[in-house]
Design a protein around this ligand. Structure first.
Ligand SMILES: Cc1ncc(COP(=O)(O)O)c(C=O)c1O
Length: 455
């Protein structure tokens, strides 16, 4: 029997969810459809077919509440799932807070984060559709690693366009991708039209996720043998990540409690969505629960962006999505949380934010690293800089509880470990990190370049 004072809440393999949870079945209002950029009409399956296998396209638009997880995917998940839910007793003690802090840790996957939850599914559905080669982008390197590993399991070739600033900061992420058999090149590159155009304008470009997506999409649409895989943002990615929140619900039953407030970091929104969507269902059903997305001040998509139709990439090749965006030309500062440097946001997460079902806050990077170090020295795990946004927000909430004498139950998503991010920690220790807050002009300039039909 578990009790609330345990440190780990563990499930067995037989407790793994047999299906992904689809929030589209329970939204109070339907979402706006993606649009074809040429016609302005809703994009149909045929528009997406050069990029994705039909099973994933159908999942993108499905309103079925549950979608079965194929047996082959479940077998791979069993290598590290279910993941642990921890009670952060030692952090609580350090902060001297009456709050109870729990975290769901996704860094136990071989690639080190939540990203394999969708990478395995995407590799599987592509293989079933007869595709043998995938392209993708990666920011932090976590997604590229996850897809490289998953592709190795299903015998697919993978080419990863890695945002140049991350490629330089994290050489061992590249080696990890190569260990799993993938090819990894820095983006912008000379291998695509989109990359060459950017390099012509700005030879020293640090790159961005928006640019890397353009390169990976271009290669997929120009080669018949190749599909594209996206590590966040899209509905089917959010869907695959819901194994996180479904497990957490069971683990909270074991702990005989339920969170009052949940924090997750957001880049494109997938670890946050994966953790919170099954609980948003409870929130829609009337449960008193605060759910907070945490983003960097250097890329404040939810807190300072607009909710409009925009491209998912810099070269304007993707369908238009109604989402929170800073504009597809926005160039976020080169912070160490590379996975959070994305101009847009998952349309599902954006929709929930518009309907006040979730909140959002933005935090600067020195405070993030300070919180990460407190966490590492009390709980042991060195968080990925992305995940450290959720850590910091949970610490701040626990300190507020201390002031107010409140015994809240806090849950946060620890989406990955930072064992490949030690260069960032070295920079922090050397006092070299700068807090970036973009002037309103930067954002206004990028928003002025939104596609004409955006409203
Ligand atoms: C560890 C980790 N957490 C979070 C993210 C942000 O992505 P998302 O918002 O899709 O979870 C990334 C992206 O690379 C990541 O590597």
């Amino acid at each position: 029997m578990s009790s609330r004072s345990d440190t780990k809440f563990l499930l067995g393999e037989s407790d793994m969810p047999p299906a992904w949870y689809n929030i589209l079945a329970d939204l109070p209002e339907p979402m706006s459809p993606p649009l074809h950029p040429g016609t302005g009409q809703p994009a149909g399956p045929d528009d997406l077919a050069p990029l994705f296998p039909m099973e994933l396209i159908l999942q993108e638009v499905s309103t079925d509440r549950y979608i079965d997880i194929p047996q082959e995917v479940q077998e791979v998940y069993k290598l590290w799932r279910p993941t642990p839910l921890y009670r952060a007793h030692r952090l609580e003690k350090l902060l001297d807070t009456p709050a109870k802090i729990f975290y769901k840790y996704e860094g136990t996957s071989p690639a080190g984060s939540h990203k394999p939850n969708t990478a395995v599914a995407q590799a599987y559905y592509n293989k079933m559709a007869g595709i043998n080669r995938l392209t993708t982008e990666t920011g932090a390197g976590q997604w590229g690693s996850a897809l490289a590993m998953s592709a190795a399991f299903f015998d697919l070739e993978v080419k990863v366009f890695m945002v140049r600033v991350s490629y330089e900061q994290k050489p061992y992420r590249r080696a990890l991708m190569e260990a799993w058999g993938a090819t990894c090149i820095p983006s912008p590159s000379n291998e695509t039209e989109a990359g060459r155009r950017i390099l012509q304008q700005e030879p020293d470009s640090r790159g961005s996720l928006g640019i890397a997506i353009s390169e990976a999409v271009e290669e997929a649409v120009t080669r018949d043998d190749t599909h594209y895989a996206l590590g966040s943002v899209l509905n089917h990615v959010m869907l695959h990540q819901t194994v996180i929140g479904q497990e957490a619900q069971k683990q909270f039953e074991l702990a005989d409690t339920y969170p009052d407030v949940i924090f997750g970091c957001v880049g494109g929104g997938s670890n946050f969505g994966g953790l919170v969507l099954p609980l948003v269902k409870d929130r829609i059903a009337g449960k008193d629960l605060r759910i907070v997305a945490v983003e960097p001040t250097a890329c404040p998509t939810l807190t300072r962006g607009s909710f409009v139709y925009d491209f998912g990439d810099t070269a304007q090749t993707t369908p238009l999505m109604k989402m929170h965006t800073l504009g597809h030309t926005f160039m976020p500062a080169g912070i160490h949380a590379g996975g959070l440097r994305y101009h847009g946001m998952s349309p599902i997460v954006s929709h929930l934010y518009e309907h006040n079902l979730i909140d959002a806050i933005a935090l600067p990077q020195t405070a993030i690293f300070e919180g990460a170090i407190q966490f590492a020295r009390s709980e042991g795990i060195v968080p990925a800089p992305e995940s450290a946004h959720a850590v910091r927000a949970a610490i701040d909430e626990a300190l507020r509880c201390k002031e107010a004498g409140e015994e809240k139950t806090i849950l946060f998503g620890l989406s990955g470990h930072g064992n490949f991010d030690m260069a960032a920690y070295q920079e922090y220790f050397a006092g070299n990190l700068i807090d970036h807050e973009h002037p309103q002009d930067d954002i206004d300039r990028a928003l002025a370049q939104l596609p004409a039909m955006g409203d």
